[in-house]
Design a protein around this ligand. Structure first.
Ligand code: C2E
Ligand code: SIN
Ligand code: SIN
Ligand code: FE
Length: 383
């Protein structure tokens, strides 16, 4: 165990700055546990997070049993005095045990030796620390196992190390809470976008399944074209808004069960520019990306599309991608004005539109991965 307090304190500050910059929850939890084990020279450790008033056993690391995290399954435990981690969360107290096989009588729980038996491991010393945030709420529990001295011998966790791990745990708690809050906001934000898209779509299609399919087709096309993870996520979440401008189109036109008159068609085509007007000028990347898709998804590669008659690479690639996703979906489903087409006819139509309606490269990627598109179609049928 490290004894130089000043060194440890310095390390603690560095680790804290490092972990506060990690945006991904799973990655953050892994590093928190790893660093806690490093500071305490622990052979093993686990991390629990609080969710719905239970502790969820989320990750475990073990230097002796290197592969243990692979066969690991997450499960919930009660926040009460019946288990060690539950007790720490319930009482907000650190529990420092010299040997879990000879527990002091003061504790109401007993050590569950199932893991040791199954893996032929010997858990001995254990330090269990509630992770308490800046509002004095327990957000999880850190459990460190088998602290080793310089000679590799298992020893009890010292009082000094308890204090250090306690401050580390509260710093980690705040970082974890921040990431959870951000993830909640992101989820709420994406759900809002999705619900808004469905509301716009309700006027001329029966369910939100159309939105789901277009968004998955677009993501898949972007992935197969080799775009970055960020781009693929952007198109996944912004493509649902491609027809948001239809909110401004009269129902009589939108649900007309026949061909549109030239006057109606002029109005219908405005759903692209209306969508763009609704979405453009945002400070959010995702919304601006959606604005571009709304504006460009009916442009055609040969320059005969609308609203601007852009040609080829002038059409932003997200517009070219959603164009194919949109038409594939329109042809394969029923609309107020048309019945679905059989698959071979759809594929023939899309193939024949290379360099006319569509970017040839994207058509090729679509056709050579058609099985995966059909899989998405199957997973998101109209209810
Ligand atoms: P939508 O129904 O979502 O269709 C999206 C796009 O799929 C259409 O864009 C078109 O490119 C393609 N598509 C749909 N059905 C067919 C088809 O039977 N054959 C072919 N080759 N392509 C098809 P488009 O044409 O710019 O239309 C935009 C929107 O205008 C449509 O969205 C729909 O809401 C409306 N619309 C288009 N044509 C008619 C029509 O004849 N009657 C009515 N009531 N609405 C129409
Ligand atoms: C969402 O549900 O958040 C967007 C649509 C999708 O991911 O399918
Ligand atoms: C790419 O596939 O990496 C982008 C090229 C394009 O704009 O189509
Ligand atoms: Fe459209």
């Amino acid at each position: 165990m490290k004894v130089d307090q000043k060194e440890i304190l310095k390390e603690l500050i560095e680790i804290s700055i490092m972990i506060s910059a990690i945006p991904n929850l799973n990655q953050l939890l892994d590093i928190v546990l790893e660093k806690a084990r490093e500071i305490t020279n622990s052979d093993a450790g686990s991390l629990y997070l609080k969710k719905n008033n239970k502790l969820i056993f989320l990750i475990t690391q073990n230097d002796t049993l290197k592969d243990i995290h692979r066969q690991f399954k997450s499960y919930p435990i009660n926040i009460d005095k019946s288990s060690i981690a539950g007790y720490a969360a319930f009482t907000k107290k650190i529990i420092n045990i010299e040997d879990v096989y000879s527990l002091s009588k003061e504790f109401p729980f007993s050590f569950n030796d199932e893991f040791d038996k199954k893996n032929n491991y010997r858990t001995k010393s254990m330090l269990t620390i509630p992770m308490i945030d800046n509002e004095n709420e327990v957000i999880g529990v850190l459990q460190l196992i088998n602290s080793k001295d310089e000679n590799g011998k298992i020893t009890q966790y010292s009082k000094e190390i308890e204090k250090i791990v306690e401050s580390f745990a509260s710093i980690a708690a705040v970082s974890i809470k921040n990431v959870q809050l951000k993830e909640n906001i992101k989820r709420a934000y994406l759900e809002t976008i999705y619900r808004l898209s469905v509301a716009a779509e309700y006027k001329d299609t029966d369910t939100g399944a159309h939105i789901k399919r277009i968004s998955r087709y677009s993501e898949l096309l972007a992935q197969k074209l080799g775009f970055s993870e960020e781009f693929c996520e952007l198109i996944l979440y912004s493509s649902p808004l491609h027809d948001i401008g239809k909110l401004g189109i009269p129902d009589a036109i939108l649900t007309k069960p026949a061909k549109l008159t030239p006057e109606e068609w002029v109005i219908m085509k405005k759903h692209t520019t209306m969508g763009y007007e609704i979405l453009s000028g945002s400070t959010e990347k995702l919304i601006n990306f959606a604005a571009s898709i709304a504006l460009n998804h009916h442009e055609r590669y040969d320059g005969t599309g609308y609203p601007n008659g852009k040609k080829g690479e002038e059409i932003p690639v997200e517009g070219r991608i959603v164009a194919i996703a949109d038409v594939f979906d329109a042809l394969s489903t029923k609309r107020p004005y048309k019945d679905p087409w059989p698959l071979d006819k759809i594929l023939g139509e899309i193939e024949s539109q290379k360099n006319r309606q569509f970017d040839e490269r994207i058509v090729n990627v679509f056709l050579s991965n058609i099985d995966e598109f059909l899989k998405i179609q199957n997973e998101h049928r109209e209810d």
